[in-house]
Design a protein around this ligand. Structure first.
Ligand SMILES: [Fe+2]
Length: 303
């Protein structure tokens, strides 16, 4: 797995190790307190082969191995939102480490949307399936580091950013500084809300290190995945929001681009796992789990 480190810049500033998941283009993070060795694991991926509906934990195990090699102690397992393109390994990591698994409180509204899409009126109980639901503005600790939760809706209606000292984990709001921004067309998404959330992120101090959720190289001359850039770099050079682009111009650009994108191949599997905190659907009387996939609710007619 491709990994890269970003050093702590001093007390209260996390050391960040990024782990890149090739099959989904996802960036996963370990953010560690330099004083105590306590860390958070952010947006870990559960392996999944959509053709076979087969899941695994090799990637999450590799992150855990690295955490243990480094002598770090996992204090939190965090998800920024219920992902559409990958299954979360949050529950598995919480079970392995004893750390609580948390997500944004508006996951309950996202669950309500998807209960309808799946026609599963009694499914999903995020208050039970996660150990903590964070409201906008809540704070918590990773070792001696203060973490602030910031609602960053737009990509989903309940996405959150974790602001940790001079770092912020912004997941699917911005893409890398040479790419632009994330899509806003999933159920509950909104390009106008995404613009407002990005402005709030870009109002953080100029030197804040922003860590994003996805990268899909190659990009221009760049072959390797990349995921870290400062607020100042995005304000100056991000092709979607840099240079002071207006909200109206951004929404046109974002909505036009989203209209050309196909759905992630794991979306209909992922949401029914991620809204259960990373658990597969409950086993049936033969002991197996089964996914429920709605026909003709999404996508275009096949040609
Ligand atoms: Fe996402």
């Amino acid at each position: 797995m491709f990994t890269r480190e970003s050093p702590s810049t001093g007390p209260g500033s996390p050391r960040v190790i990024g782990f890149y998941d090739d099959p989904t283009g996802s960036c996963q993070y370990v953010a560690a307190c330099p004083a105590t060795g306590k860390c958070a694991i952010i947006d870990p991926v559960q392996d999944f082969d959509p053709a076979a509906a087969h899941s695994g934990v090799e990637t999450a195990q590799a992150i855990l191995d690295r955490v243990r090699q480094e002598g770090l102690e996992v204090a939190w397992v965090l998800d920024t939102h219920p992902h559409a393109d990958h299954l979360t390994a949050g529950r598995w990591l919480a079970e392995q480490t004893g750390a609580p698994h948390a997500i944004g409180a508006r996951v309950t509204e996202i669950a309500a949307l998807w209960r309808d899409y799946y026609n599963l009126p009694d499914a999903f109980d995020p208050a039970a399936d996660f150990d903590r639901l964070f409201a906008d503005g809540e704070t918590f600790q990773v070792g001696e580091m203060d973490v602030r939760v910031m609602l960053s809706d737009g990509h989903t209606l309940g996405s959150i950013t974790f602001v940790m000292g001079d770092a912020a984990f912004v997941h699917d709001t911005l893409m890398h500084v040479d790419v632009g921004t994330s899509r806003a067309d999933f159920p509950g998404g909104s390009s106008a809300d995404l613009y407002d959330s990005i402005q709030e992120i870009l109002a953080l101090p100029d030197t804040t290190r922003l860590f994003i959720g996805h990268d899909y190289p190659p990009v221009k001359d760049r072959k390797d995945p990349a995921w870290e850039a400062t607020v100042a770099a995005h304000r100056a050079g991000n092709p979607h929001v840099g240079g002071g682009r207006s909200k109206a111009a951004f929404c046109t650009l974002r909505d036009d681009r989203d209209a050309t994108l196909g759905l992630p191949d794991r979306m209909l599997h992922a949401l029914q796992v991620n809204l259960r905190g990373g658990r597969l659907p409950p086993p049936e009387d033969d002991g197996h789990s089964y996914f429920k996939i709605p026909a003709n609710r999404f996508g275009k007619e096949p040609r």
